[in-house]
Design a protein around this ligand. Structure first.
Ligand code: MN
Ligand code: MN
Length: 472
């Protein structure tokens, strides 16, 4: 099938140009003015932006968190992603049985995704214990399996101590993989949670009180310094929620260190007052939502370039299940928010249409930088000739109200219910096929392909020091 996208404004990180795109065999085959092609299906993008499809590098589909399994699998999760303008996801694997190999979870995830995903996908490896066998296995994961990034946690059941964090950072840096970290200080959280619960403070707002932003910022600062000590290993911080942590990252970058950071729409748009609502359990996630004053600090980072990517951390547990499991105690509620369908619209509306960022910066945050950091460039995050025809068409004239009833995940609510978005992803194209149009899913289960990713390439993402006002 050949398709011709005409009359739109094609956006890259460099420019926004009125050009047409010809798609053949799932790839961009021609870019130019006033293209015509016999027999091609015409897509009229007049008045719209034509952008690289969204790359969401932080999802948890089908994850088993021990006390529960999330309700979105690789079909419903990628279907929702496609309907929101996202054409690639990289899922963070959950923990496996104690002592399992890295390949154990990779096999589990391949089985969960193959035949189900509607858009392309890959996985981040997960490090849940460290020994010589695991350190040896890492290279095979990178070179033979295309898993070019890994995550470890500083809290939860399989947290790593500083000894093991140093070993992992050093090893991954040596073999061309990017280390990603969930940074929260486990000891501080445990002490606060115990004290709160002992005093009878178990409401949703106490979830936020049990893990204040200093818990996160401390762990970010620690990881930055350990990465420096680990022969300058490249480091990527997931789901940043606060300005103090961002300032530590800015300091590191000003000193020439190669560190990158992701935030999520929930941290840019929702604050901890949501925990005071009657349905506050809907917003339990970690790190928690923060005081309103943190939101503008994160936006400043989005605007000045010190935040590199926006992902969702999509992890769905229905409200009914949350209520049933929590029984009035926040510490029993499974953690995570849905949102994979809403990231592109929310960031376009609040970022581009509110005048905070340019369309080029939007493309970088949502697609190009994720592709470069995680070994997918230049086939993904790019609308040049030869790249995969993964495209989102966004109409800035269209406004819509987010309603879960119109979304495509398996949750029973949206944290963004009722929010107004100016600008709407109207068409999503994956490898040249239209997988969503006007909010309707038009794709096919199993059409998504596993993406074996290339090793981390510093040359693609090397940063210049950020020239920004600290502490804005
Ligand atoms: Mn996390
Ligand atoms: Mn996560």
């Amino acid at each position: 099938m050949k398709r011709l996208i005409k009359n739109g404004t094609v956006v890259s990180t460099e420019a926004a140009r009125k050009v047409d795109l010809l798609i053949q065999d799932g790839r961009i085959s021609y870019v130019g003015q006033d293209l015509a092609f016999e027999g091609a299906e015409l897509i009229d993008a007049a008045g719209c932006y034509v952008m690289p499809g969204g790359i969401d590098v932080h999802t948890h589909f089908n994850i088993n968190v021990g006390i529960a399994r999330s309700c979105d699998d690789f079909f419903s999760g990628t279907r929702a992603a496609a309907c929101g303008g996202t054409t690639t996801i990289i899922d963070h694997m959950g923990f496996g049985p104690a002592g399992c190999s890295l390949h154990h979870q990779l096999d589990v995830y391949h089985r969960a995704a193959a035949g189900h995903a509607v858009i392309d996908y890959s996985f981040h490896g997960v490090i849940q214990h460290v020994d010589e066998a695991i350190l040896d296995e890492m290279r095979r994961m990178v070179e033979d399996e295309g898993i070019a990034s890994f995550k470890f946690y500083l809290t939860y059941g399989h947290k790593l101590n500083d000894t093991d964090a140093l070993r992992v950072l050093t090893r991954l840096g040596q073999i061309g993989a990017l280390t990603t970290v969930h940074p929260e200080n486990d000891a501080a959280i445990a002490a606060r949670r115990t004290a709160l619960l002992a005093a009878g403070h178990a409401a949703p707002i106490d979830h936020a009180r049990s893990r204040p932003l200093e818990c996160e910022a401390e762990a970010i600062a620690r990881m930055i310094n350990l990465a420096r000590l680990a022969d300058d290993a490249p480091l990527y911080i997931v789901h940043l929620s606060n300005g103090l942590g961002l300032n530590y990252l800015r300091l590191a970058r000003a000193a020439g260190q190669q560190v990158w950071v992701e935030t999520c729409p929930q941290y840019l748009l929702l604050d901890e007052s949501y925990y005071l609502r009657e349905d506050g359990l809907k917003f339990i996630l970690s790190p928690p939502l923060r005081p309103r004053s943190e939101l503008e600090k994160l936006w400043a980072g989005v605007m000045d370039g010190s935040i590199d990517t926006v992902a969702t951390d999509h992890c769905t547990f229905p409200y009914l299940q949350r209520q049933h499991m929590a029984q009035g105690d926040f510490s029993r509620c499974p953690n995570g928010l849905p949102g994979v369908e809403n990231r592109m619209a929310l960031l376009f509306s609040e970022g581009v249409m509110q005048g905070r960022i340019s369309v080029s910066r939007y493309v970088d945050l949502t697609s190009t930088m994720p592709a470069k950091l995680f070994g997918l460039w230049p086939h993904k995050g790019n609308l040049a000739v030869g790249a995969d025809a993964d495209i989102v068409i966004i109409d800035p004239r269209r406004s819509h109200t987010l309603r879960h009833s119109a979304m495509h995940d398996n949750a029973d609510y949206s944290p963004y219910e009722g929010m107004q978005c100016q600008g709407m992803p109207v068409t999503t194209i994956s490898r040249g096929e239209v997988v969503a149009h006007e909010g309707q899913f038009t794709g096919t289960a199993g059409a998504g392909q596993f993406l074996a990713r290339k090793p981390f390439d510093m040359a693609l993402v090397k940063q210049s020091p950020i020239n920004s006002t600290f502490g804005v």
